[in-house]
Design a protein around this ligand. Structure first.
Ligand code: SAH
Length: 222
């Protein structure tokens, strides 16, 4: 434990918020809509237990089921790369804490978010209800298959790393649609890539190195 003011809860909320936004900007999150959305979504409720007091720092933190809530600047950069519009239907694979979905919900018309842990979906849904977020549908399922019943999607965001973009997700993207995801063959070397679906085929662009938990096929047991 340290006795710095922010960890004692003494730091005024406005200052905490300013530091949070400054960290985002200094890491390259410059899109005004994304910054405004991230200013509005309080990361606090999405981080429970031991690490709650670090919710406003720009770092990834452990959540239930051995998973991780992403670093805020990475959430910002991925959201920015996705280029979400107010009429878009977005699919997120990897609900985790629900924080990324909450940020997307302020930018899109509707967000579907899928996780293989029922517990994470349940806990995230409780937070969405508490915060009265009306446009997120959280579903327990294997995200490598996408969500065929709701497809196609304008935007798809995957927040767990696969070796390659899963075929079902590529096929559930609208023409002109964009998918952002981490890909890589190991836990340590991954790249964030942006895929655009063209009239014929796909365009791939490498954005930056990242580190995510793996995308695992099949449902989890809890
Ligand atoms: N976006 C989250 C962080 C996600 S961590 C947030 O804002 O907090 C990655 C998540 O991907 C984990 O919760 C993990 O359970 C989930 N995941 C991994 N493989 C999956 C799969 N096949 N289908 C759905 N979710 C998966």
């Amino acid at each position: 434990m340290t006795d710095t003011p922010e960890e004692d809860g003494i730091e005024p909320i406005a200052e905490r918020k300013m530091r949070f936004l400054f960290a985002l900007r200094s890491k390259g999150v410059t899109d005004a809509r994304v910054l405004a959305a991230m200013e509005r979504v309080d990361r606090g409720p999405f981080v429970r237990g031991l690490f709650a007091e670090r919710a406003y720092e720009d770092m990834p933190l452990p959540i239930a089921c051995g998973q991780t809530i992403s670093q805020p600047s990475v959430v910002g950069l991925m959201t920015q790369a996705l280029g979400v519009g107010p009429r878009d239907t977005v699919l997120e694979i990897g609900t985790g804490s629900g924080y990324q979905a909450a940020v997307l919900s302020l930018l899109a018309r509707r967000v579907y978010t899928v996780d293989r842990f029922r517990r994470l979906v349940r806990e995230a849904s409780e937070i969405f209800a508490t915060l009265a977020i009306p446009n997120i549908v959280a579903i327990a399922g294997d995200g490598t298959r996408g969500l065929p019943d709701q497809a196609p999607f304008d935007r798809i965001l995957v927040t767990a790393a696969a070796e390659d973009p899963p075929g079902p997700l590529l096929s559930q993207l609208k023409i002109g649609g964009i998918m952002v995801l981490p890909v890589g063959q190991s836990d340590t070397v991954q790249s964030l890539i942006r895929v655009r679906r063209l009239e014929t085929g796909f365009d791939y662009e490498e954005l930056r190195p990242v580190r995510f938990v793996p995308l695992v096929e099949g449902m989890a047991s809890d």
